[in-house]
Design a protein around this ligand. Structure first.
Ligand SMILES: Nc1ncnc2c1ncn2[C@@H]1O[C@H](COP(=O)(O)OP(=O)(O)OP(=O)(O)O)[C@@H](O)[C@H]1O
Ligand SMILES: [Mg+2]
Length: 297
């Protein structure tokens, strides 16, 4: 299942924005107020099937020969497809049910002790992350998840749940003999866990707002490589140029700018590759240099 195009109209600064997916990984970079969070909110609204009146959010999804354009505005849904309505509906439902949106992580809730409860869906603010992982993994932290964490945090020796029949505690043992819980783990460990867990659920698409927050550069690079190696469609928003050093081609980057109160989106292309060669710069250096300001691209 492939998303081809995502669009938003009439929502905050997203008056009329279209994002296509020529690459599986998309880094959305833009300064404060350029519309990154609004994009993630729109994805979330699309997933839930409800948006604001006078606003619209839509996606085009292809599955085998079936091509569907699906749009939500207010509480209305519209669909145009080249296949039967039932099949088209099934394609959209299957796609959207497995979209993971992570935005505005509620650290206080993530770190709190929560009762053991069945949580089938990870909430966008990850507030139910610990019980969700417990449910999804059947009470045992999966070894591949620990392995992945160890890659970024080599001192982790083990992770496990303690369920005292009342409250759920995620424990982490480090090689230096220190034991941590969700309340005391560094945010970077928790965020890496949250993103790895979202990936473990085999999502059709992962949307992460403020991707770089709480993650050091090694973790950012590792997670971007993970997303690429799993072949999942991912949209990572950031206002940090550092993330650009981990993209594989400029085509993976969409730059947002606020122009007269409206978000404009530009996906970088071959011309940027040319500029990089000509100026012997990295992508982040090129952006810092100011050479890449609109209307250059
Ligand atoms: N009702 C509205 N109508 C028009 N524009 C709006 C409305 N509400 C918010 N905005 C604007 O929409 C933009 C959306 O900003 P958003 O929070 O998505 O930016 P961001 O890129 O996430 O910024 P940051 O990096 O600070 O998180 C802002 O410029 C804001 O002023
Ligand atoms: Mg934001």
């Amino acid at each position: 299942m492939e998303p081809k195009k995502f669009w938003v109209r009439g929502f905050k600064s997203l008056r009329d924005v279209v994002i296509e997916f020529p690459t599986r990984l998309t880094v959305v970079i833009g300064p404060s107020g350029s519309g990154k969070t609004a994009l993630a909110e729109a994805f979330d609204a699309l997933r839930r099937g409800r948006f604001y009146e006078n606003a619209a959010v839509g996606i085009e999804v292809w599955h085998e020969d079936c091509r569907v354009a699906y749009e939500v505005g207010g509480d209305k849904k519209a669909m145009v497809a080249n296949c039967g309505a039932d099949e088209a509906e099934e394609v959209v439902r299957a796609f959207l049910n497995s979209v993971a949106v992570i935005r505005d992580i509620n650290w206080k809730a993530v770190r709190s002790l929560q009762p053991v409860a069945k949580e089938a869906l990870l909430l966008p603010d990850a507030s139910n992350f610990i019980p969700f992982l417990y449910t999804a993994a059947g009470g045992v932290v999966p070894e591949p998840l620990i392995e992945a964490l160890r890659y970024v945090f080599p001192s982790i020796s083990d992770m496990w749940f303690v369920d005292d029949g009342d409250m759920l505690v995620l424990k982490l043992a480090a090689e230096n003999g220190v034991t941590l819980t969700q309340a005391t783990m560094p945010s970077g460990v928790l965020k890496t866990l949250i993103l790895e867990t979202a990936l473990m659920m085999r999502p059709t698409m992962v949307v992460v707002d403020e991707f770089e927050n709480s993650l050091d550069p090694e973790a950012q690079q590792f997670l971007m490589d993970e997303l690429r190696s799993r072949g999942v469609y991912a949209v990572l928003s950031t206002n940090s140029e550092t993330v650009l050093d981990y993209v594989k081609t400029p085509q993976e980057v969409v730059v947002l700018r606020l122009v007269n109160g409206r978000t404009r989106a530009w996906r970088l292309g071959g011309e940027v590759e040319e500029m990089l060669k000509r100026h012997k710069l990295t992508l982040s250096e090129l952006i810092y240099s100011g050479l890449l300001e609109p209307p250059v691209f």
